[in-house]
Design a protein around this ligand. Sequence first.
Ligand code: SF4
Length: 423
Amino acid sequence: MADSVKVQGWCPTAWRPMQAQDGWIVRIRPHCASISAAQWRILSGLALSHAHPQLELTRLGNVQLRGVEDAQLTALRSGLIDAGLVPANVDADLAPAVHCSPFYQVRDRTHELADLLSAAVAQHLSPRALQQQGMTALPSKFGLLVDDPAQSLRGISADLRLWVQPDQAGLGYALSLGDSSKRYGYTSAAEAIDAALQVAIWFARQRMSAAGAAPTRLHQLLKTQQPELSVLKTAPQYAAAPGAEAFARPVKPGLHGHDWVIGAPLGRIDAPAMQQLAGCLPAKTEIRVTPWRSLLLPGSELEAAPLSTAHWMTDAADARNRVSACTGSPGCTQALIPAQTLALQLAPHTREGTEMHISGCPKLCALPGDATAVVFASTGNTGQLLLNAGPPGRLASPTIQIPCEALPSEPAGIQKLIHELSI
Ligand code: SF4
């Protein structure tokens, strides 16, 4: 292969957007995973006027706008701040992300925990707060997560994970560090949050003196050092129940209790379709963002809303659930193929249980952690355009390589690719 495979890593925000080939990426981190119908209407309008006409759902439950030009950045950010979607304070926006399960009731203990943690993180872990204690800002990838009592987000990566555990007498709040199965129990949300903050500050301090490249994730540092903190030493510790650490399956589109989970094909919401949906709902209706590239809505509200299958997935069996893709062409100037078009072509041929990612070049932007097969385009040594495919861990020597022209609109070519990948 003439090109080399490179996985990128960088987390943009609204105040610190990321430059991509097709313009700036501006990311919104919904507070407690919640955005009201009124805010979605504004967000869709901003996408139509200042960015590509799409809203991208990320694997951590964020929403991002893409293709923003230099001249549009300030006006876009102002619109987001006015809508209450982004902090007016740059320091709060650059504080570590606090992700939250969408499965909670308003003002229940999970909601209160996430709300309190978000405020505490903005106050104590922002770049300025750390700088005042002689530390550099935490890496942009460092993040905290509040899970629901069922731990629906077990499969989602986080540096510090907190959740409510109703069945632990007297220890109603739990904390775990990195990917460790060890849990610390606390009697109150305040205690659990204080412990999480102390671990984050320990990480911020220790990474500055770590040998070699500073670790960007807590689990990397925990391989060589353990925090000697009294908030951990004095807390009751216990291991996860057998089987409890199993990878939680993504929640698929469909009715879940009284709520609907609706998916967006390839995690991209058509801005006019979102405007139409949000326009049919009362302004205060919460439309929560899930980490599975979908939205959670109250079932009672959705009955009146139009959901075109071109833009939304309401069926867990929808084959488009099985594929993801990077921007590809024409949106990305580095793209060798229209990755999204190819992903939608391959979807009906992809077996249940497979998570296939299509990439327009070997950079593999936004490769999902749960992908089981990857197809990416590259330029061969002779200049020929190739489609490479294989499992994500072995892309340096792909399982198969076929000329690009042999595939895209050809059912036989697609069948061959799927067959040889055994997916
Ligand atoms: S084609 Fe895809 S993987 Fe390559 S740079 Fe563009 S968005 Fe990233």
